[in-house]
Design a protein around this ligand. Structure first.
Ligand SMILES: [Fe+2]
Ligand SMILES: [Fe+2]
Length: 177
């Protein structure tokens, strides 16, 4: 196999000088930037809804295993908020406005905000496992779409995905299934 890679530094230097205000986004950015920003903004909505759901469940949890489950929900909630902030930081780097608008959170989120009225632990664990399994699938699709076109956004999404998989695993352990 022959390697015909030639790096045309002169052409790249000329091109990147043209739009200095775009910061880290250069002509070699491999995707429609606005589309990536829109996808990340829906990730932000998803993470905020997950934060709300876990926070609500941590407070609502009752029963013999309440302390353990509530502590796990609280820990997951913190990580979901951190995911929202990581996606928002990337939106900002791409020159977009992170969208935390509560009016559209529910319709943009991949997951649902559920509020079991009786504080039933099993129901809450299953609701959260369902949500985690949704984001594991949707984030995998996003990562495949990003591919080699935007490696930095892909790594952000990969780091979030890794934690969602840990969340799902924690919930399965608590459910004993
Ligand atoms: Fe998350
Ligand atoms: Fe999660």
């Amino acid at each position: 196999m022959t390697d015909d890679f030639v790096l045309d530094v002169t052409r790249i230097r000329d091109e990147v000088r043209k739009r200095m205000e775009a910061g880290p986004v250069t002509g070699t950015y491999g995707l429609d930037k606005e589309r990536v920003i829109a996808v990340l903004n829906d990730v932000i909505a998803t993470e905020v809804v997950c934060w709300l759901r876990y926070t609500r469940h941590a407070i609502a949890a009752i029963g013999i295993d309440r302390a353990q489950v509530s502590a796990e929900f609280t820990e997951h909630a913190k990580e979901e908020m951190d995911h929202a902030l990581r996606a928002a930081e990337r939106v900002s780097q791409l020159g977009g406005d992170p969208d935390f608008d509560p009016k559209t959170l529910e319709q943009r989120a991949h997951t649902d905000y559920t509020t079991p009225s009786d504080g039933d632990l099993d129901r809450m664990l299953k609701d959260n496992l369902f949500a985690e399994r949704i984001v594991i699938s949707t984030y995998q699709e996003i990562i495949r779409w990003l591919g080699e076109h935007d490696p930095t956004t892909r790594r952000v999404m990969e780091s979030i995905l890794e934690e969602e998989e840990e969340h799902a695993d924690d919930l399965v352990d608590l459910l004993g299934i």
